[in-house]
Design a protein around this ligand. Structure first.
Ligand SMILES: [Zn+2]
Length: 137
C-alpha cells in the first residue's frame, strides 16, 4: 500500500470482539484459567468486550486474556488496523509511521508494534481477517 492511502477498516469494536471470540474459541467460550467450558455470560464492558464467568473456577474472563490484546485501552479496531498495516507494508514499520496511520501517540504505536511482534498466531489471524474484510467490501 502507498503512504498516501487512507487506511481504515470498516469494522466496529463489537465485530472485532466477535472475530476474536471466533478465532480463539469457535463456538465455545473456554476459560483461560481452567479450560472449562461451563460459563455464564456476565456483562459487556464499556468497550463492548464480553465478560464471562467460569462456573468451574469462579473467575471472570474475556477473550483477551493471555493474548497480545490483554489489558489494552486501545480500541480493538485500531489493533486490527495496526496488524494489517504491519503485514501489508514490506519494510520494517516505524512507530512514527504507525502512529500517523492509526492516530495514536508514538509511544502507543511502539507498544502496539512490540505486541504484534509477539503475536504467535498472526499469520493465521491475518488470513482470517483479510477474508472477513473482503466479504464486507
Ligand atoms: Zn475457569
Amino acid at each position: 500500500m502507498s503512504n498516501t492511502e487512507i487506511f481504515q477498516i470498516k469494522l466496529t469494536n463489537k465485530e472485532c470482539v466477535d472475530i476474536l471470540e471466533d478465532f480463539y474459541w469457535g463456538t465455545k467460550k473456554i476459560c483461560p484459567y481452567c479450560n472449562s467450558e461451563n460459563y455464564s455470560f456476565r456483562a459487556t464492558s464499556k468497550s463492548e468486550i464480553n465478560i464471562y464467568h467460569c462456573n468451574n473456577c469462579n473467575t471472570d474472563y474475556t477473550v483477551l486474556v493471555n493474548t497480545i490484546f490483554q489489558n489494552t485501552k486501545l480500541p480493538l479496531t485500531k489493533w486490527f488496523e495496526a496488524i494489517l498495516i504491519t503485514t501489508r507494508i514490506t519494510e520494517k514499520i516505524s512507530a512514527r509511521y504507525l502512529a500517523h496511520k492509526i492516530f495514536v501517540t508514538k509511544d502507543t504505536a511502539l507498544r502496539v508494534i512490540k505486541n504484534i511482534e509477539k503475536f504467535d498466531a498472526k499469520e493465521k489471524f491475518i488470513q482470517r481477517l483479510e477474508k472477513i474484510i473482503e466479504r464486507k467490501g
